[in-house]
Design a protein around this ligand. Structure first.
Ligand code: SAM
Ligand code: SF4
Length: 318
Protein backbone atom coordinates (compact mmCIF):
# COMPACT_ATOMS: atom_id res chain seq x y z
CA UNK A 1 0.00 0.00 0.00
CA UNK A 2 1.19 3.55 -0.74
CA UNK A 3 0.67 5.89 2.25
CA UNK A 4 1.98 9.45 2.18
CA UNK A 5 3.49 11.50 5.04
CA UNK A 6 0.03 12.80 5.98
CA UNK A 7 -1.58 9.36 6.27
CA UNK A 8 -3.41 9.48 2.93
CA UNK A 9 -3.61 6.22 0.97
CA UNK A 10 -2.55 6.80 -2.63
CA UNK A 11 -4.37 4.33 -4.86
CA UNK A 12 -4.98 6.43 -7.95
CA UNK A 13 -2.56 7.39 -10.75
CA UNK A 14 -3.29 9.85 -13.53
CA UNK A 15 -1.07 9.28 -16.53
CA UNK A 16 -0.61 11.92 -19.19
CA UNK A 17 0.29 10.15 -22.45
CA UNK A 18 1.14 13.31 -24.42
CA UNK A 19 1.36 17.04 -23.75
CA UNK A 20 0.24 17.83 -27.28
CA UNK A 21 -3.34 18.65 -28.11
CA UNK A 22 -5.63 19.37 -31.04
CA UNK A 23 -7.36 22.13 -28.98
CA UNK A 24 -5.97 25.29 -27.37
CA UNK A 25 -8.39 25.84 -24.49
CA UNK A 26 -8.06 29.34 -23.05
CA UNK A 27 -7.86 28.08 -19.49
CA UNK A 28 -5.25 25.39 -20.15
CA UNK A 29 -2.79 26.01 -22.99
CA UNK A 30 -1.11 28.96 -24.72
CA UNK A 31 -1.91 29.38 -28.42
CA UNK A 32 1.50 28.11 -29.56
CA UNK A 33 2.35 25.15 -31.85
CA UNK A 34 2.65 21.59 -30.52
CA UNK A 35 6.13 20.55 -29.43
CA UNK A 36 8.11 17.60 -30.76
CA UNK A 37 8.02 15.22 -27.81
CA UNK A 38 11.54 13.83 -27.90
CA UNK A 39 11.37 12.09 -24.53
CA UNK A 40 7.96 10.50 -24.98
CA UNK A 41 7.96 7.11 -23.26
CA UNK A 42 6.64 4.19 -25.34
CA UNK A 43 3.40 2.96 -23.81
CA UNK A 44 4.61 -0.64 -23.46
CA UNK A 45 7.45 0.69 -21.24
CA UNK A 46 5.01 2.87 -19.30
CA UNK A 47 2.91 -0.23 -18.65
CA UNK A 48 5.83 -1.77 -16.71
CA UNK A 49 5.80 1.23 -14.35
CA UNK A 50 2.05 0.94 -13.89
CA UNK A 51 2.42 -2.76 -13.05
CA UNK A 52 4.70 -1.81 -10.14
CA UNK A 53 2.17 0.79 -8.99
CA UNK A 54 -0.66 -1.77 -9.24
CA UNK A 55 1.42 -4.23 -7.18
CA UNK A 56 1.62 -1.45 -4.55
CA UNK A 57 -2.16 -1.20 -4.39
CA UNK A 58 -3.07 1.32 -7.08
CA UNK A 59 -6.71 0.59 -7.93
CA UNK A 60 -7.50 3.30 -10.44
CA UNK A 61 -5.66 4.64 -13.49
CA UNK A 62 -6.85 7.63 -15.49
CA UNK A 63 -5.40 8.26 -18.93
CA UNK A 64 -5.23 11.92 -19.85
CA UNK A 65 -3.02 14.49 -21.59
CA UNK A 66 -2.79 16.82 -23.62
CA UNK A 67 -5.22 14.95 -25.79
CA UNK A 68 -4.76 11.21 -25.12
CA UNK A 69 -6.52 10.09 -28.31
CA UNK A 70 -3.57 11.53 -30.26
CA UNK A 71 -1.59 8.45 -29.07
CA UNK A 72 -2.50 5.82 -31.66
CA UNK A 73 -1.58 2.73 -29.60
CA UNK A 74 -3.83 3.75 -26.71
CA UNK A 75 -6.34 0.88 -26.93
CA UNK A 76 -3.50 -1.67 -26.82
CA UNK A 77 -2.10 0.08 -23.74
CA UNK A 78 -5.49 -0.06 -22.01
CA UNK A 79 -5.84 -3.75 -22.84
CA UNK A 80 -2.35 -4.33 -21.37
CA UNK A 81 -3.45 -2.73 -18.09
CA UNK A 82 -6.56 -4.95 -17.87
CA UNK A 83 -4.57 -8.05 -18.87
CA UNK A 84 -2.31 -7.43 -15.86
CA UNK A 85 -5.13 -6.74 -13.39
CA UNK A 86 -8.66 -7.29 -14.58
CA UNK A 87 -10.37 -5.59 -11.62
CA UNK A 88 -8.46 -2.34 -12.09
CA UNK A 89 -10.56 0.77 -12.74
CA UNK A 90 -9.36 2.49 -15.89
CA UNK A 91 -10.82 5.75 -17.18
CA UNK A 92 -9.97 8.21 -19.92
CA UNK A 93 -10.36 11.99 -20.09
CA UNK A 94 -10.65 13.35 -23.61
CA UNK A 95 -11.81 16.46 -25.42
CA UNK A 96 -13.90 14.10 -27.58
CA UNK A 97 -12.73 15.40 -30.95
CA UNK A 98 -11.47 11.98 -32.12
CA UNK A 99 -13.95 9.92 -30.11
CA UNK A 100 -16.17 8.98 -33.02
CA UNK A 101 -13.20 7.20 -34.60
CA UNK A 102 -11.92 5.47 -31.45
CA UNK A 103 -14.94 4.82 -29.19
CA UNK A 104 -15.50 1.24 -30.31
CA UNK A 105 -11.78 0.33 -30.12
CA UNK A 106 -11.67 1.76 -26.62
CA UNK A 107 -14.70 -0.26 -25.54
CA UNK A 108 -13.21 -3.40 -27.08
CA UNK A 109 -9.97 -2.82 -25.13
CA UNK A 110 -11.99 -3.25 -21.92
CA UNK A 111 -12.52 0.44 -21.08
CA UNK A 112 -15.83 1.12 -19.33
CA UNK A 113 -15.85 4.83 -18.56
CA UNK A 114 -14.79 8.07 -20.18
CA UNK A 115 -14.88 11.73 -19.20
CA UNK A 116 -15.46 14.14 -22.04
CA UNK A 117 -14.66 17.81 -21.59
CA UNK A 118 -17.45 19.93 -23.03
CA UNK A 119 -17.69 23.59 -22.08
CA UNK A 120 -20.58 24.72 -24.25
CA UNK A 121 -23.31 23.56 -26.58
CA UNK A 122 -22.78 26.56 -28.85
CA UNK A 123 -20.54 26.13 -31.86
CA UNK A 124 -19.04 29.64 -31.65
CA UNK A 125 -18.38 29.36 -27.90
CA UNK A 126 -16.52 26.07 -28.33
CA UNK A 127 -14.44 27.73 -31.02
CA UNK A 128 -13.81 30.76 -28.79
CA UNK A 129 -12.67 28.57 -25.86
CA UNK A 130 -10.77 25.82 -27.71
CA UNK A 131 -9.72 27.65 -30.93
CA UNK A 132 -11.29 24.80 -32.90
CA UNK A 133 -14.62 24.43 -34.68
CA UNK A 134 -15.17 21.22 -32.76
CA UNK A 135 -18.72 21.02 -31.41
CA UNK A 136 -20.09 18.75 -34.10
CA UNK A 137 -17.23 16.26 -33.82
CA UNK A 138 -17.54 16.14 -30.04
CA UNK A 139 -21.31 15.59 -30.16
CA UNK A 140 -20.86 12.80 -32.72
CA UNK A 141 -18.12 11.32 -30.55
CA UNK A 142 -20.43 11.32 -27.55
CA UNK A 143 -23.13 9.59 -29.59
CA UNK A 144 -20.74 6.89 -30.74
CA UNK A 145 -19.34 6.39 -27.24
CA UNK A 146 -22.85 6.04 -25.82
CA UNK A 147 -23.80 3.53 -28.52
CA UNK A 148 -20.61 1.57 -27.81
CA UNK A 149 -21.73 1.19 -24.20
CA UNK A 150 -19.17 3.48 -22.53
CA UNK A 151 -20.38 5.26 -19.37
CA UNK A 152 -19.92 8.98 -19.81
CA UNK A 153 -19.20 11.92 -17.53
CA UNK A 154 -18.97 15.47 -18.84
CA UNK A 155 -16.52 18.07 -17.49
CA UNK A 156 -17.37 21.76 -17.83
CA UNK A 157 -15.19 24.66 -16.67
CA UNK A 158 -17.59 27.63 -16.16
CA UNK A 159 -15.94 30.92 -17.14
CA UNK A 160 -17.28 34.40 -16.39
CA UNK A 161 -18.78 36.12 -19.43
CA UNK A 162 -18.03 33.16 -21.70
CA UNK A 163 -20.09 30.07 -20.87
CA UNK A 164 -21.58 30.91 -17.46
CA UNK A 165 -24.98 31.44 -19.14
CA UNK A 166 -24.94 27.73 -20.12
CA UNK A 167 -24.68 26.21 -16.65
CA UNK A 168 -28.32 25.11 -16.72
CA UNK A 169 -28.54 24.17 -20.41
CA UNK A 170 -25.46 21.96 -20.03
CA UNK A 171 -27.07 20.27 -17.02
CA UNK A 172 -30.32 19.70 -18.94
CA UNK A 173 -28.34 18.26 -21.86
CA UNK A 174 -26.43 15.89 -19.55
CA UNK A 175 -29.61 14.77 -17.83
CA UNK A 176 -31.38 14.09 -21.14
CA UNK A 177 -28.42 12.08 -22.44
CA UNK A 178 -27.90 10.13 -19.21
CA UNK A 179 -24.43 11.64 -18.58
CA UNK A 180 -23.12 12.87 -15.21
CA UNK A 181 -22.08 16.52 -15.52
CA UNK A 182 -19.29 17.78 -13.28
CA UNK A 183 -18.50 21.49 -13.14
CA UNK A 184 -14.81 22.18 -12.49
CA UNK A 185 -13.71 25.43 -10.86
CA UNK A 186 -11.14 27.13 -13.05
CA UNK A 187 -7.67 26.62 -11.52
CA UNK A 188 -5.45 29.67 -12.00
CA UNK A 189 -2.21 28.85 -13.82
CA UNK A 190 0.56 30.58 -15.79
CA UNK A 191 -0.38 29.05 -19.13
CA UNK A 192 -3.98 30.27 -19.32
CA UNK A 193 -5.13 33.45 -20.99
CA UNK A 194 -4.86 36.38 -18.52
CA UNK A 195 -8.41 37.49 -19.19
CA UNK A 196 -9.96 34.30 -17.80
CA UNK A 197 -12.04 34.35 -14.61
CA UNK A 198 -13.70 31.20 -13.38
CA UNK A 199 -16.82 30.73 -11.29
CA UNK A 200 -16.49 29.42 -7.73
CA UNK A 201 -18.70 26.56 -6.62
CA UNK A 202 -21.15 28.85 -4.75
CA UNK A 203 -21.64 30.88 -7.94
CA UNK A 204 -22.26 27.72 -9.98
CA UNK A 205 -24.83 26.62 -7.37
CA UNK A 206 -26.50 30.06 -7.43
CA UNK A 207 -27.02 29.63 -11.17
CA UNK A 208 -28.46 26.12 -10.79
CA UNK A 209 -30.83 27.35 -8.07
CA UNK A 210 -32.55 29.55 -10.67
CA UNK A 211 -34.12 26.38 -12.08
CA UNK A 212 -33.57 23.50 -9.67
CA UNK A 213 -33.64 22.77 -5.96
CA UNK A 214 -30.96 20.28 -4.98
CA UNK A 215 -29.53 18.43 -1.98
CA UNK A 216 -25.85 17.76 -1.39
CA UNK A 217 -25.05 14.05 -1.37
CA UNK A 218 -21.51 12.97 -0.62
CA UNK A 219 -18.07 13.28 -2.12
CA UNK A 220 -17.69 11.11 -5.19
CA UNK A 221 -16.00 7.75 -4.53
CA UNK A 222 -12.39 7.92 -5.74
CA UNK A 223 -13.01 11.47 -6.90
CA UNK A 224 -12.68 15.08 -5.87
CA UNK A 225 -16.26 16.01 -6.80
CA UNK A 226 -19.05 16.84 -4.41
CA UNK A 227 -22.30 15.40 -5.72
CA UNK A 228 -25.73 17.07 -5.63
CA UNK A 229 -29.12 15.49 -6.32
CA UNK A 230 -31.90 17.51 -7.91
CA UNK A 231 -34.84 17.22 -5.50
CA UNK A 232 -37.66 14.80 -6.41
CA UNK A 233 -35.59 13.27 -9.24
CA UNK A 234 -32.72 10.79 -9.54
CA UNK A 235 -30.63 13.34 -11.43
CA UNK A 236 -27.21 14.15 -10.02
CA UNK A 237 -24.47 16.65 -10.85
CA UNK A 238 -21.03 17.24 -9.37
CA UNK A 239 -18.74 20.16 -8.57
CA UNK A 240 -14.96 19.94 -8.30
CA UNK A 241 -13.79 22.83 -6.15
CA UNK A 242 -10.04 22.91 -5.55
CA UNK A 243 -10.32 26.37 -3.94
CA UNK A 244 -12.04 24.79 -0.94
CA UNK A 245 -10.12 23.99 2.22
CA UNK A 246 -11.06 20.34 2.50
CA UNK A 247 -10.20 19.50 -1.14
CA UNK A 248 -6.69 18.16 -0.39
CA UNK A 249 -7.58 16.23 2.79
CA UNK A 250 -8.80 13.23 0.84
CA UNK A 251 -6.37 13.48 -2.10
CA UNK A 252 -5.57 9.91 -3.15
CA UNK A 253 -3.60 10.52 -6.35
CA UNK A 254 -0.29 11.17 -8.03
CA UNK A 255 0.38 12.01 -11.66
CA UNK A 256 2.96 10.88 -14.17
CA UNK A 257 3.77 12.81 -17.35
CA UNK A 258 4.39 11.37 -20.81
CA UNK A 259 8.15 11.79 -20.23
CA UNK A 260 8.03 9.88 -16.95
CA UNK A 261 8.02 12.67 -14.36
CA UNK A 262 5.99 11.82 -11.27
CA UNK A 263 4.13 14.87 -9.92
CA UNK A 264 2.85 14.36 -6.38
CA UNK A 265 0.59 17.45 -6.54
CA UNK A 266 -1.07 19.25 -9.45
CA UNK A 267 -0.13 22.61 -7.96
CA UNK A 268 3.57 22.32 -7.05
CA UNK A 269 6.61 22.02 -9.35
CA UNK A 270 8.20 19.36 -7.07
CA UNK A 271 8.54 16.12 -9.04
CA UNK A 272 10.51 12.89 -9.30
CA UNK A 273 11.96 11.97 -12.70
CA UNK A 274 11.54 8.24 -13.31
CA UNK A 275 11.89 8.51 -17.13
CA UNK A 276 15.31 6.89 -17.45
CA UNK A 277 14.36 4.01 -15.16
CA UNK A 278 11.21 3.39 -17.23
CA UNK A 279 13.12 3.53 -20.52
CA UNK A 280 15.64 0.99 -19.13
CA UNK A 281 12.90 -1.12 -17.48
CA UNK A 282 14.89 -0.77 -14.24
CA UNK A 283 12.27 -2.09 -11.83
CA UNK A 284 14.19 -1.28 -8.64
CA UNK A 285 14.76 2.35 -9.68
CA UNK A 286 11.09 2.67 -10.71
CA UNK A 287 9.97 1.38 -7.33
CA UNK A 288 12.32 3.74 -5.45
CA UNK A 289 11.12 6.75 -7.46
CA UNK A 290 7.47 5.85 -6.82
CA UNK A 291 8.06 5.60 -3.05
CA UNK A 292 10.01 8.90 -3.03
CA UNK A 293 7.20 10.71 -4.86
CA UNK A 294 4.68 9.44 -2.30
CA UNK A 295 6.94 10.54 0.56
CA UNK A 296 7.30 14.01 -1.04
CA UNK A 297 3.58 14.58 -1.59
CA UNK A 298 2.72 17.99 -0.08
CA UNK A 299 -0.13 18.44 2.37
CA UNK A 300 -2.16 20.86 0.24
CA UNK A 301 -2.24 23.07 -2.83
CA UNK A 302 -2.32 26.87 -2.68
CA UNK A 303 -5.42 27.71 -4.70
CA UNK A 304 -7.17 28.31 -1.39
CA UNK A 305 -4.74 31.20 -0.86
CA UNK A 306 -5.58 32.68 -4.27
CA UNK A 307 -2.18 31.77 -5.75
CA UNK A 308 -1.41 30.87 -9.36
CA UNK A 309 0.21 27.55 -10.30
CA UNK A 310 3.24 27.37 -12.56
CA UNK A 311 2.29 23.82 -13.53
CA UNK A 312 0.90 23.32 -17.05
CA UNK A 313 -2.23 21.16 -16.87
CA UNK A 314 -1.78 19.92 -20.44
CA UNK A 315 1.60 18.60 -19.24
CA UNK A 316 0.43 16.90 -16.03
CA UNK A 317 -2.99 15.90 -17.33
CA UNK A 318 -5.17 18.21 -15.20
N1 SAM B 1 -7.50 16.99 -23.38
C1 SAM B 1 -8.29 16.24 -22.49
C2 SAM B 1 -9.52 17.01 -22.08
O1 SAM B 1 -9.56 18.23 -22.25
O2 SAM B 1 -10.42 16.37 -21.57
C3 SAM B 1 -7.56 15.75 -21.26
C4 SAM B 1 -6.58 16.69 -20.62
S1 SAM B 1 -7.29 18.11 -19.81
C5 SAM B 1 -5.84 18.88 -19.14
C6 SAM B 1 -8.10 17.34 -18.41
C7 SAM B 1 -9.15 18.19 -17.74
O3 SAM B 1 -8.55 19.30 -17.14
C8 SAM B 1 -10.22 18.72 -18.68
O4 SAM B 1 -11.50 18.35 -18.20
C9 SAM B 1 -10.04 20.21 -18.63
O5 SAM B 1 -11.26 20.89 -18.76
C10 SAM B 1 -9.42 20.40 -17.26
N2 SAM B 1 -8.65 21.62 -17.14
C11 SAM B 1 -7.61 22.03 -17.89
N3 SAM B 1 -7.14 23.21 -17.45
C12 SAM B 1 -7.90 23.57 -16.40
C13 SAM B 1 -7.93 24.69 -15.52
N4 SAM B 1 -7.08 25.68 -15.63
N5 SAM B 1 -8.85 24.71 -14.54
C14 SAM B 1 -9.74 23.71 -14.40
N6 SAM B 1 -9.76 22.62 -15.19
C15 SAM B 1 -8.87 22.55 -16.18
FE1 SF4 C 1 -6.25 20.31 -24.78
FE2 SF4 C 1 -7.67 19.31 -22.80
FE3 SF4 C 1 -6.04 21.42 -22.37
FE4 SF4 C 1 -8.23 21.74 -23.82
S1 SF4 C 1 -8.15 21.17 -21.65
S2 SF4 C 1 -6.17 22.46 -24.36
S3 SF4 C 1 -8.44 19.82 -24.83
S4 SF4 C 1 -5.42 19.39 -22.91
Amino acid sequence: MLIDSFGRTIDYIRISVTKNCNFRCKYCMPNTPDEIEENLIPLDKMLEFLKIAMDYGVKKIRITGGEPLLRKDLSLFIKGIYDYKNNIEVALTTNGYLLKKYAKNLKDSGLKRINVSLDSLKKEKIELISKKDALNNVLEGLKEAKQSGLKIKLNMVPLKGINDNEIISMLDFAINEGFLLRYIEYMENNFASNAIKGLRSFEILENIQKKYKYTMLKKEMFGPAKLYKINNTNNVFGIIAPHNDEFCLSCNRIRITAEGVICPCLYFQDAVDVGEAIRNTDKKAMEEALLLAIKNKPEKNKWQEGEISSRAFYHTGG
